[in-house]
Write a protein that binds this ligand. Sequence first.
Ligand SMILES: [Zn+2]
Length: 262
Amino acid sequence: MSTTRAVPPEFSSSVPRDLQERLRALRARYGRHRADSAGYRFEVATNRRRFQLAEIRKQIAELEERARVIESELQGFGKGMLVLVREEIAAYESEFPEAWSPTGVPGFRIWVLDEGRLVGARRPWTEPEFEATCNAFPDSDEIPHTDERCGRLGCGVYATRELRPLLESHVREGDCGYAAGRVEMSGKVVEHEDGYRAQKAIVVAVALIGRDREVYTTDRSVIQLIFRNPVAALDAPASRKLRTPVLPLLEQHLQERTDEWI
Ligand SMILES: [Zn+2]
């Protein structure tokens, strides 16, 4: 809104310019008004309105100035809010360490060969890829959950950060009928003291230990065969006679590429 015309013109635009100039010249020359004339009263009424109009325009200008101040305060609040939002996100991230990982986070798992299938801690894996589900809240899109709503341990694909403690706690030299693998986790990956819970995991290296045969591979199609049909994989050309001791070989195989990621 324009407030440049704070004081209106002396005469209405409906009074022709030549008449305006004529009256100004007469006033200047004779300097005389008749206070009781209709013209004079009209002039007073006009002046009063000019003054009122000027006052209103001044108030409008003041209100506009106040509006500008409030607008700039709101912009300031916006910046403050941005800082607060960042702080709140940082607080969540430090309390619940997790990452949305576009590249795989490496980890390790063990599966037991049971009735022709490789079974994880909770479920059989029939493919090298596994996407976590939540039994308690299957429709949630925040898997794995970090608020203990589905139990203290929580949902997600579990994997350890280090291979050796996993082997030491699950298998002994001379055991057979299991697979140990390196996985890459992606999606939402929640970090724990010695491992992870992930939304998704894919097996990228695996050692399948049978009674007298073994398969060590990083080949995608062989890994797929191992999870689809581990018994067939132990009979396939990719397998060989079991070498001993198993655990150092297994550790070396699964650790091979890990250094590249660090
Ligand atoms: Zn859950």
